[in-house]
Write a protein that binds this ligand. Structure first.
Ligand SMILES: Nc1nc2c(c(=O)[nH]1)N[C@H]1C(S)=C(S)[C@@H](COP(=O)(O)O)O[C@H]1N2
Ligand SMILES: [Mo]
Length: 321
């Protein structure tokens, strides 16, 4: 238990129980000795397992200090696992990711249900450092491991009616946060097809060179660096190509607060707070520095205006927020 966790309101009971931790470590060590996995245990709250594939470096590097792995894996939003920032870690064990399959349907010529292995096989894994800017006005800089979303979507051969892509999170498992009706389950997100096919749109299966932990959206989740964090949907089980703009969970729950586009935009306030500034979650002290990080300016499109600005060139962004 680190001091910053107490300050962040995380109780020691929220952290993997020491006995369970020891047991898991023994299992992991046995597995590693048998050559089954490259699993390593760093400490009692960050259980990590190295990605088994090579990860190529890329030129995608965000400004600013990288957020510590401890912070990025223990201060989360994943409402299916609870609404408090510590809940996703605490409840991570309830999410079962093996076996996993993804159903692809709608306006495409090669739909189907695919195992995670089918989905991952053709893709080379790369690392991209992206800033994730939450609508709650904090941000993290995380090295994500995965592959371009477009490379995956093209395999399903979307047809000319495919104007949008909709995504859904697993809802067949009764996860603890789903008892709450704060959102309508399954968690849903959507993108215009040109946004989805943009080279910045990324499907992550790992972070920091490790398999993506459940609390961060295992086994695969989107990362859309120019949009508010909630667009980066976790633990995806369904991808649908649609002609109409799909429904999205946050827009359904509060349409005046969360629009379909949700591009990071310091010039358009959330109805209850400004989006002009953010707190950067930095440093090894994790949540402690996060809580006291000074506010810095938020950049239009989270700093990616040069890359994606043209997607919105003719739009009134106060209307299409
Ligand atoms: N399925 C699902 N995906 C989700 C969420 C969620 O509650 N459920 N929360 C979103 C929000 S609000 C944010 S800020 C990011 C947080 O990602 P992280 O916990 O990996 O930092 O996940 C997004 N994806
Ligand atoms: Mo968020």
């Amino acid at each position: 238990m680190q001091d910053w966790m107490k300050l962040a309101g995380i109780r020691s009971s929220d952290i993997t129980d020491e006995a369970v931790f020891r047991q898991r470590r023994t299992l992991l060590q046995a597995a590693a000795a048998a050559g089954m996995t490259g699993a390593i245990a760093t400490d009692s709250f960050a259980m990590t397992e190295k990605l088994s594939m090579d990860v190529a470096e890329t030129q995608y590097k965000a400004e600013g200090e990288i957020t510590s792995e401890e912070t990025a894996t223990s201060y989360n939003n994943f409402y299916e696992l609870g609404t408090d920032k510590g809940d996703p870690l605490k409840n991570a064990k309830f999410l079962k990711t093996d076996p996993w399959s993804v159903t692809v349907d709608g306006e495409c010529d090669a739909p189907g249900t695919f195992t995670l292995e089918d989905i991952l096989k053709p893709h080379a894994i790369e690392e991209r450092v992206y800033r994730l800017r939450c609508v709650e006005a904090w941000s993290m800089v995380i090295p994500w491991n995965g592959f371009p979303l477009a490379d995956l979507l093209k395999r399903f051969k979307p047809n000319s009616k495919a104007k949008y892509v909709a995504f859904e999170t697993v809802s067949s498992q009764k996860l603890p946060g789903m008892r709450s009706r704060v959102l309508d389950w399954p968690y849903r997100e959507g993108l215009r097809i040109d946004e989805a096919m943009h080279p910045l749109s990324f499907m992550a299966i790992g972070m920091y060179g490790n398999v993506i932990p459940n609390q961060n959206g295992a086994p695969m989740r989107l990362v859309l660096p120019w949009k508010y964090g909630f667009k980066s949907i976790k633990s995806i089980v369904k991808i649908s190509f649609t002609e109409e703009q799909p429904q999205t969970s946050w827009n359904m729950s509060a349409p005046h607060e969360y629009g379909f586009f949700s591009n990071v935009n310091p010039n358009v306030s959330h109805p209850r707070w400004s989006q002009a500034k953010e707190r950067k979650l930095v440093g090894d002290a994790g949540g402690l520095s996060a809580l006291f990080a000074s506010k810095t300016e938020t950049a239009y499109l989270n700093g990616y205006a040069e890359e994606v600005g043209n997607l919105y060139a003719d739009m009134d962004l106060k209307k299409f927020f």
